[in-house]
Design a protein. Structure first.
Length: 347
């Protein structure tokens, strides 16, 4: 079997801590090239992982690979993805898909016209709790989803490294970096219903105060220009609604990741793994005690991407689904700026 020649675009922590180690588990994959605008850093990473080639440009790397993992700042996701797909190269692009819905639309169209495939790395779908929750919902145990509650909360954990607080390069802050993961997961669990309306508010007062307390390194509050806290009410087709909140910096007791879904037959708390039901004279809570998953989410995500390239399985994250997440993110920012609800198809 011919090996898939894989290139890595961007060699920051997400590449070295997650993607490169994950893909090294698969005999059918050979990581042949790395590229980064910081050539010295690329050379260090290539030496660390025994990767044979450091490309002098992204375009050069595309001439020698079958697939690419893109881990650059968000601003470059769309152009680098489209350039690869136009050469029929498959792409795993880090989340979020893009900084705007228009960019996401262009990425979907590029994939439709390419022999390559496009996977957006929403890795929460590969976590054991997500896999178990999906089975519970698909079996009809909670019936039709009605109301979804999502929290992606950190007490004081603004990323003090990289370009996470740079609006031009990232497009946003806590929402586009962290909250998007649980937003995507909640949408996947409830059947990827189409979003239709958003009412939202964004905040960044806490991170702009002098001498902020922060567990994840130092940042300059005077130049902090992205959201550190976001709230939203989201309407979907089929009368499903979502209460959504995410934060890098909130005055809460502790960090919290929470998705709960209330359905017509029962309710599900995803991360606590509890199912709540009411029938006749009884109200019951079922606790899931053990989930049989043999590999980490990093492994499962890489496995799905490689298997999809070799035409064995469909991608778990479809480009059109990731595009809907981006459409909500953009609508949240527009709603907050306009101080009113916005219809997604109108924006």
């Amino acid at each position: 079997m011919t090996k898939v020649r894989l290139g890595i675009a961007g060699v920051g922590g997400i590449a070295t801590d997650r993607h490169i180690p994950a893909f090294r588990n698969f005999d059918q994959v050979e990581i042949t090239h790395v590229y980064d605008i910081n050539t010295e850093r690329a050379m260090v990473v290539a030496n660390q992982f025994q990767i044979p080639h450091v490309a002098s440009s992204y375009e050069e790397m595309l001439n020698h690979i079958d697939a690419v993992v893109i881990t650059t700042p968000n601003k470059f996701h769309a152009p680098l993805t489209i350039a690869a797909l136009e050469k029929n190269i498959s792409v795993m692009c880090e989340k979020p898909m893009a900084t705007t819905q228009a960019e996401a639309d262009a990425m979907v169209k590029a994939e439709e016209n390419s022999e390559g495939i496009l996977h957006i790395a929403y890795h929460y779908r590969f976590m054991k709790e997500a896999i178990a929750a999906k089975k519970i919902i698909d079996k009809g145990i909670i019936g039709e989803p009605l109301v979804v509650r999502v929290k992606a909360m950190r007490r004081r954990k603004v990323p003090g490294w990289g370009v996470f607080t740079n609006k031009e390069l990232q497009g946003g802050g806590a929402l586009i970096d962290y909250g998007c993961h649980l937003l995507d997961l909640a949408m996947w669990l409830t059947g990827n219903q189409k979003p239709v309306e958003v009412s939202a508010q964004t905040y960044n007062q806490l991170s702009r105060m002098p001498n902020p307390v922060n567990e994840w390194g130092q940042f300059n509050p005077e130049t902090f220009e992205v959201d550190d806290h976001v709230t939203a009410f989201i309407r979907f087709e089929n009368n499903i609604t979502m209460l959504f909140e995410t934060s890098w910096a909130a005055n809460v007791e502790s960090d919290e990741e929470h998705i709960s879904i209330s359905g017509t037959k029962g309710g599900l708390d995803v991360f606590k793994m509890k199912v709540n039901q009411a029938d006749d004279t009884l109200m019951t809570t079922l606790n899931i005690d053990y989930i049989q998953i043999d590999h980490s989410f990093q492994y499962l995500q890489a496995e799905n991407f490689i298997a999809a390239i070799t035409h064995e399985v469909p991608l778990r994250v479809q480009p059109a689904e990731a595009k809907d997440v981006s459409s909500i993110i953009e609508a949240i920012y527009i709603s907050a700026a306009k101080q009113r609800a916005v219809r997604i198809e109108e924006e």
